[in-house]
Write a new protein. Structure first.
Length: 207
């Protein structure tokens, strides 16, 4: 979109309990890799699931008030105070992650991105990391890249690209991480920095 262009008109639809949500108050909304919408409420364990055809309710005991993440295979993940958790056989399996427990403020949870079965990427302000849930009893974490190895500044967000790669957001710009092995530390990132001419700074989220 060109800067200074007139904004396009849009139609907004509001969903409430009359449409099937458990509550009209929502505390978190996330979009899955399948395009479904997950809505959390003041009772965190009761969530709404919008798939484009209707709204269904699902109870997930033990879920926190933070965002819910769904992979393209339907695998559900969430953030726990001590790390991350995966929903398996109607139960949450917690994987301790020291970096999340010690470095993440409760009101600024890390961004998660499930990218393969049992594999999860998560973004901390100073690094991008991977969890392999199938290694060891509590999974195994590894460093993908530190923010200081880039020109992006503080990391803040991560989304899937249309080609199977990733877009990583930093304070000073974004990086395209190509497929097929985005978690490989040897993968070459293409960085796009925000210049002063755009009058934009302190990037936070990707859409």
């Amino acid at each position: 979109m060109a800067f200074g262009a007139e904004p396009k008109s849009s139609n907004w639809r509001v969903y409430t309990t009359a449409d099937g949500l458990a509550e009209s108050i929502s505390t978190a909304v996330s979009v899955s890799q399948q395009g479904d919408i997950w809505v959390q409420h003041t009772e965190p364990a009761l969530v709404g699931w919008l798939d484009g055809y209707g709204i269904r309710k699902r109870r997930l005991p033990g879920l926190s008030t933070l965002h819910l993440y769904e992979s393209h295979l339907g695998q559900l993940w969430g953030v726990a105070p001590e790390g991350v958790m995966e929903h398996r056989e109607e139960n949450w399996v917690v994987y301790p992650v020291n970096e999340i427990r010690t470095q993440t403020p409760p009101n600024h949870p890390p961004r998660l991105l499930p990218f393969r079965q049992g594999r999860l990427l998560f973004v901390l302000p100073d690094r991008l990391m991977e969890l392999d849930a199938d290694r060891g009893q509590n999974g195994e974490t590894s460093l993908v890249r530190e923010a200081r190895q880039t020109q992006l500044g503080v990391f803040s967000d991560l989304i899937q690209a249309n080609d199977g790669g990733l877009w990583l957001v930093g304070k000073k710009g974004v990086a395209k991480i190509p497929p097929p092995h985005p978690s490989d530390p040897q993968t070459v990132w293409q960085e796009f920095l925000v210049g002063n001419s755009l009058e934009v700074s302190d990037l936070q989220h990707a859409f």
